[in-house]
Design a protein around this ligand. Structure first.
Ligand code: ATP
Ligand code: MG
Length: 574
């Protein structure tokens, strides 16, 4: 996949006037207070800690924008850290894609790329320290027994029969766990905290489990792997993170985060939780996205219908639009669902300035202009982007035979149909006014094959005689000059605002989420468009060139239509 999507923005392009200014949210407030009290010596150091077990999605983008964004805002640093403690689910393919996506979003970790697996030796030492302090023990209960002993929200747990092993025995067993003497699942190392705690996470949580599995970075060096809660706080500590920003489901884990660091007496970052992003009509869990990919319900992680960053990129989203979205949704302490129309609104606002207006006829119908000289070709001037004069103009060939959209002609028009119909006039964008004088039909089917018109030479666009007004303006392309393109139109991947509502998200997959049109007629100049270049097809929406395009076989993906349902909502509210 190439990364050329926003070469088309030039420096003199005006800033988006609707670009949101930074609101003060509770995390900014915390950081500002810390800077005032000099809590971290004036430092702001965050991290983005993905687990490389899938591709990043728009929810991760929120976290990336927050962590990297805050660091940039306060002259701080943000690390990229792979939280790679689960060898059976992780893969370098994911590591590579995550780096590509973070970069594409416009952020840099400079030389601060870390892997939790780099800390395995140090984490092992920390575990040994806990054992020596009598704060951890090797437990021989099976996973099932551990569950039984844990108790419930209303009942306290019971102590493991192995809880009071001597330090010596624990040290010996833990070392032998490391040396591979025991099979998977036979033993764990557990923190010795409180089996009666009201917080289940504090009931002697597992620190290490045995897993004879090859890790994508450490190979077969380890057969015991540290758990997330233990690894995460200590990785934050090792990297001297100041603000460890995570999603709300970790609020109940914070006492454990603090406990490990306090017991070991090491540098202690502050964990801060915020509400994760949920989007309507979207599933975001990596497990579910993986299922869509593996069961071939979509065409891979970067299918333009996927909420993954690579899917959004292929769909035609820009990094700027995603960053603007992340800023607009803000940061809160309570879970909510964001309307997917807001995401679409953000990309429209961005592409409005960025994308040249061009003409593409998706379902062509031939129009012959009877009084236009045969063989004559005019080069008409067309403005590329009325919102941005710097985008310049281009020449469009006009000739006797053109294509218009099938839906722009009706032999028997309903009332208030301002497009082409027998006896009716329309303007051809950038060209002339034409009037329909007849149709040619297919002998067998009776379908309209060809529409005949006459043009008024006095009505050329942009010239003084162009004063006559008609109600409809149609886009078109010259039949002899048009190139053929494939156009892919997307609809929502799910039919329900909450695809998970009935517990079976696949049941609400939209069977009509992709429509492929293979004989679209495009302006000749579009045939050379580069992958991920953006365009507005007049009256059809914003489109981008699919990276699978080949010379002579260009494919466009529709990013969004032009109808902005969010702008309407906003107007009503104001
Ligand atoms: P998922 O639940 O989608 O499988 P995850 O939380 O397991 O994702 P991680 O790789 O652990 O994925 O996430 C990396 C970071 O991104 C974490 O700090 C996590 O809190 C954050 N993150 C994940 N999903 C969201 C979301 N929907 N909104 C905001 N932040 C998110
Ligand atoms: Mg996670």
């Amino acid at each position: 996949m190439t990364d050329k999507s926003h070469n088309d923005k030039t420096d003199d392009m005006p800033e988006n006037p609707n670009k949101p200014s930074a609101p003060v949210h509770f995390i900014r407030a915390i950081i500002e207070e810390d800077l005032k009290t000099n809590k971290w010596g004036g430092r702001v150091h965050t991290r983005f800690p993905p687990e490389p077990n899938g591709y990043l999605h728009i929810g991760h983008a929120k976290s990336i924008c927050l962590n990297f964004g805050l660091a940039a805002e306060y002259n701080g640093l943000c690390n990229l850290r792979f939280d790679d403690t689960n060898p059976t689910k992780e893969d370098v393919e994911y590591v590579d894609s995550i780096m590509e996506d973070v970069r594409w979003l416009g952020f840099s970790w400079d030389d601060r790329l870390y892997y939790a697996s780099d800390y395995f030796e140090q984490l092992y030492d920390y575990a040994v320290q806990l054992i020596k302090k009598g704060k951890a023990y090797v437990c021989d209960l099976s996973p099932e027994e551990v569950r039984q002993y844990r108790g419930t929200l209303t009942e306290p747990g019971q102590n493991s029969p192995y809880r009071d092993r001597s330090v010596e025995e624990n040290l010996d067993l833990f070392e032998r766990m490391r040396n591979g003497e025991f099979p998977d699942g036979s033993r764990t190392l557990r923190a010795k905290i409180d089996m009666a705690s009201g917080n289940l996470n504090m009931r002697d949580p597992t620190i290490y489990r045995i897993k004879h599995a090859t890790h994508h970075r450490t190979g077969d060096k380890w057969c015991i792997y540290p758990m997330y809660d233990f690894t995460h706080c200590l990785s934050d500590s090792i990297e001297r993170i100041t603000h460890s920003i995570c999603t709300l489901e970790f609020e109940d884990h914070r006492p454990l985060y603090d406990w490990f660091l306090d017991q070991l007496g090491v540098y202690h970052p502050q964990q801060i939780e915020f509400a994760r992003l949920n989007l309507s009509y979207t599933v975001m869990s990596k497990r579910k996205l993986l299922q869509l990919v593996q069961e071939k319900l979509v065409n891979g992680w970067d299918d333009p219908r996927m909420p993954t960053i690579c899917g959004l990129r292929r769909r035609g989203y820009t990094p700027e639009s995603i960053r603007a979205f992340a800023e607009k949704i803000g940061v809160a302490k309570r879970d909510s669902v964001v309307d997917v129309a807001l995401l679409e609104h953000c990309v429209r606002e961005d592409l409005n300035l960025r994308a040249n207006r061009v003409m593409a006829v998706l379902r062509p119908l031939k129009v012959v202009i009877d009084n236009y000289p045969e063989g004559k070709v005019e080069e008409l001037e067309a403005v590329n982007n009325p919102e941005y004069p710097g985008a310049g103009t281009r020449k469009l060939p006009f000739a006797r035979e053109i294509y218009i959209e099938q839906e722009d002609f009706k032999e028997f028009p309903p009332k208030k149909y301002f497009r082409l119909a027998p006896g009716q006039e329309v303007r051809l964008k950038h060209a002339y006014i034409i009037k329909c004088v007849g149709v040619v039909k297919d002998d067998k089917t009776g379908a309209v094959k060809e529409v005949h018109c006459v043009y008024d030479p006095q009505t050329k666009s942009g010239e003084s005689a162009d004063s006559r007004k008609v109600k409809g303006t149609l886009h078109w392309v010259s039949a002899a000059h048009a190139k053929t393109a494939e156009v892919r139109l997307y609809d929502k991947l799910f039919t329900k605002p909450d695809p998970d509502e009935d517990g079976d998200f696949k049941a609400s997959l939209n069977p009509n989420s992709l429509e492929i049109l293979t004989s679209c007629a495009i302006e000749p100049g579009l045939a050379d468009a580069k992958p991920l270049e953006h365009f507005q097809f007049l009256r059809h929406g914003y489109f981008t060139v699919d990276p699978d395009s080949r010379p002579g076989n260009i494919i466009f993906n529709r990013t969004v239509s032009l109808r902005d349902t969010w702008a309407k909502v906003e107007k009503k509210e104001n």
